[in-house]
Design a protein around this ligand. Structure first.
Ligand code: CP
Length: 310
C-alpha cells in the first residue's frame, strides 16, 4: 500500500509528486462517497482534531470542519478572538492546553510564516497548515491542482498563470511548488511591485502584461489583492489595478481560445475579476470549493495513517 511520506502537512515544498498523486487518488474516492446519499464514513472515528484559527477564514475553516464530520472525527474549534490569547497566553501554552485534552491532530491558520513548522517541533500531534502568513497554504494548492486535473484531465504540461499580488500570497507559493512537482509550466503576472525579486529562481516565468499572460496560458488563477498584508502602497489605486490586471469579459472574449478561470476566494468582485467572468462557464471557482472537502478528507485520512510513525 502507498504511504504518505510526511507526518505533518506544513507546506507543499516538503511533498513529492507521489505524495500529491496519493492525495488525489484518495480524494477521488472521497469525492464519490460525499456525493452519495450517505456521505459519512467511519475512517477517523476516535480521532480528535482541533481547528485552531488565529486569522479569519470562511472556506478553509468550513471545508476542514465538514471534511472532519464526513470522516466521523471528533472536533474542537478554537478562534483566537474568543480565547485566552487575548489575555496574553502564548501559542505553545495554548496548544499544549488543547493537547492535554487528548487531541490527535491540529489544523492551524496563523498570521506568522513558519508558525506551523514551529508547532510541529514542539508537540506530538499531526499538524496541518491551513495558511501561515505569506508562506504556504498547502491544502489550497492541492485542491487547485486537483480541480485543474479534473477539468483538463491532467496537470502535466499545462500552462498556468497566477495573476495578482504574488508578494503577499501564500496561495501563489504553494501553487508554484505543487504545479511544478506535477509537471505544469507556471507563470506569475502582476505589477512588478507585487512580484518578488528573484522569483525566476523558482523556475517560473514572469510577465507584467496581462493580455500576453492570458494568450500564453491554459489556466488563469486570479489572486485577491491582500490589502490587509500591505503596509506600503504597491500601486496607485484599486481602480488602476483593475484596469491593468482585472479580468473582465471583454479581455476573455478577445482571446481566440478558451481558458479555465480560477480564484482561491474570497473574491474582490470588480477588482481582480468581474462578476460575469467569476460566474461564467469558464470559471471553476465553485468546483474548487467543492473539491476542497474531498482533498482535505484525503489529507487528514493519510496523516492519521502516519500516527505513531515517529
Ligand atoms: N481560500 C481561502 O483560504 O479562503 P478563506 O480565507 O475564506 O479560508
Amino acid at each position: 500500500m502507498k504511504k504518505f511520506s510526511q507526518r505533518h502537512l506544513l507546506g507543499i515544498k516538503e511533498l513529492n509528486a507521489d505524495d500529491i498523486n496519493l492525495v488525489f487518488e484518495t480524494a477521488d474516492n472521497f469525492k464519490s462517497i460525499i456525493n452519495r446519499p450517505i456521505k459519512k464514513v467511519p475512517s477517523l472515528r476516535d480521532v480528535t482534531i482541533a481547528n485552531i484559527f488565529f486569522e479569519n477564514s470562511t472556506r478553509t475553516r468550513i471545508s476542514f470542519e465538514l471534511a472532519q464530520k464526513r470522516l466521523s472525527a471528533d472536533i474542537v474549534n478554537f478562534s483566537a478572538s474568543s480565547s485566552s490569547v487575548s489575555k496574553g497566553e502564548t501559542l505553545i501554552d495554548t496548544v499544549n492546553n488543547i493537547l492535554a485534552m487528548k487531541v490527535d491532530m491540529v489544523v492551524m491558520r496563523h498570521p506568522a510564516p513558519g508558525a506551523c513548522v514551529f508547532l510541529s517541533k514542539h508537540i506530538k500531534a499531526n499538524i496541518i497548515n491551513a495558511g501561515d502568513g505569506t508562506h504556504e497554504h498547502p491544502t489550497q494548492a492541492l485542491l487547485d491542482a486537483f480541480s485543474i486535473r479534473e477539468k483538463l484531465g491532467t496537470v502535466k504540461g499545462k500552462k498556468v498563470v497566477i495573476v495578482g499580488d504574488i508578494t503577499h500570497s501564500r496561495v501563489a507559493l504553494s501553487n508554484i511548488f505543487c504545479l511544478q512537482k506535477l509537471g505544469a509550466e507556471v507563470m506569475v503576472c502582476g505589477p512588478s511591485t507585487l512580484i518578488p525579486k528573484h522569483i525566476e529562481s523558482l523556475g517560473v516565468k514572469v510577465e507584467t502584461n496581462l493580455m500576453k499572460a492570458l494568450a500564453w496560458c491554459d489556466v488563469a488563477n486570479m489572486l485577491r489583492i491582500q490589502l490587509e498584508r500591505q503596509d506600503l502602497k504597491y500601486f496607485p489605486s484599486l481602480r488602476e489595478y483593475s484596469m491593468l490586471y482585472g479580468l473582465d469579459k471583454e479581455r476573455l472574449d478577445s482571446l481566440n481560445k478558451e481558458i479555465v478561470i480560477m480564484h482561491p476566494g474570497p473574491i474582490n468582485r470588480g477588482v481582480e475579476i468581474t462578476s460575469d467572468v467569476a460566474d461564467s462557464k469558464h470559471s471553476i471557482i465553485l468546483d474548487q470549493v467543492e473539491n476542497g472537502v474531498a482533498v482535505r478528507m484525503a489529507v487528514m485520512f493519510l496523516l492519521a495513517g502516519q500516527q505513531g510513525s515517529l
